[in-house]
Design a protein around this ligand. Structure first.
Ligand SMILES: C[S@@+](CC[C@H](N)C(=O)[O-])C[C@H]1O[C@@H](n2cnc3c(N)ncnc32)[C@H](O)[C@@H]1O
Length: 274
């Protein structure tokens, strides 16, 4: 693969997903694109680079992006955002207009551990019959990963990462060597394919947004663009949760840290009306 071929492949990934692949990530292409080469009858990464250069091919480009997204996730990842959400849930519920649903968005949900953690937290905090409707929207750019997430089935290794044993027993059923989320939990989460770079206004506003461990893959202008778009999807009192290595500082003035809560952000009062 020449530098030009690498630049071609990385350019497609960046344009379609925002993910930046620097030269030191060439090994990722080597390790992950083998199945794509086989599927499309391409002999090498060089041949892939040439094909992408010759003509636009939506199906091929999509497959390249799918192969190069990273789906690492775990239940109740980092703990703190979920503890904070549990603490503010009663306030968010009582702030609802009569008849309005409580809406929470997992904006790069990967294999589903994040939205199902939110569903467990809500079921455990508000009880089986909450006083308002609850909607959890879980979205990701990867159609393949969403197919997996929708199944709500996790391996023993996955449930051992972050899921307390009492939550496993309460909310999952064992099926052979795997664990399936309960129908009640599954019914709380709706999965949709969405690209964070696209117009998101159709999905409405949310009381809480989890957009965790995806901005790290973007460059600064893309982070700013996505953060501004997310701020427009937040209710005035809503909270945005980012990953441990992510921040809004230096990227946007539409969002400000929630005092004393690492990784939690609210809409800046100066920008709330904008
Ligand atoms: C590392 S996982 C994070 C999963 C989960 N939020 C967590 O923190 O455990 C990153 C996810 O972001 C998704 N992703 C990457 N670029 C995206 C984009 N432009 N729009 C939506 N999702 C994207 C990937 O497909 C992947 O599933």
């Amino acid at each position: 693969m020449t530098n030009d071929d690498f630049a071609e492949i990385a350019g497609v990934v960046r344009r379609r997903s925002g993910i930046v692949l620097t030269g030191d990530k060439a090994y990722l292409l080597e390790t992950r694109l083998g199945p794509v080469l086989a599927k499309f009858g391409l002999a090498s990464l060089g041949a892939l680079g040439q094909r992408l250069k010759q003509r636009p091919d939506d199906v091929l480009e999509r497959a390249v992006v799918e192969a190069l997204t990273t789906h690492e996730s775990s239940f109740f990842r980092d703990g703190k955002p979920f503890e904070h959400l549990a603490r503010i849930l009663p306030k968010l519920v009582s702030a609802r207009a009569p008849g309005a649903a409580l809406r929470i968005w997992s904006a790069a949900c990967s294999t589903g551990q994040e939205p199902f953690s939110i569903a467990m937290l809500i079921a455990d905090t508000l009880g089986p019959r909450p006083e308002c409707r609850v909607e959890i929207l879980a979205t990701d750019i990867s159609a393949e990963i969403l197919t997996r997430a929708r199944q709500g089935v996790f391996t023993q290794f996955e449930v051992q990462r972050g899921l307390p044993i009492r939550s496993l027993v309460k909310h999952f059923k064992q099926e052979g060597a795997k664990w399936r989320v309960s129908p009640e939990l599954a019914a709380m989460v709706r999965f949709e394919e969405r690209n964070l770079l696209n117009d998101l206004s159709a999905i409405g506003k949310f009381d809480a947004i989890f957009c965790r461990n995806v901005l790290i893959y973007f460059d600064a202008p893309t982070k700013t663009r996505v953060l501004d778009a997310l701020s427009r999807r937040l209710m005035p009192e809503g909270v945005l949760y980012l990953g441990g290595a992510e921040t809004v500082l230096g990227l946007t003035d539409r969002l400000v840290p929630v005092s004393g809560e690492r990784g939690a952000y609210g809409i800046s009062t100066q920008r709330a009306a904008a």
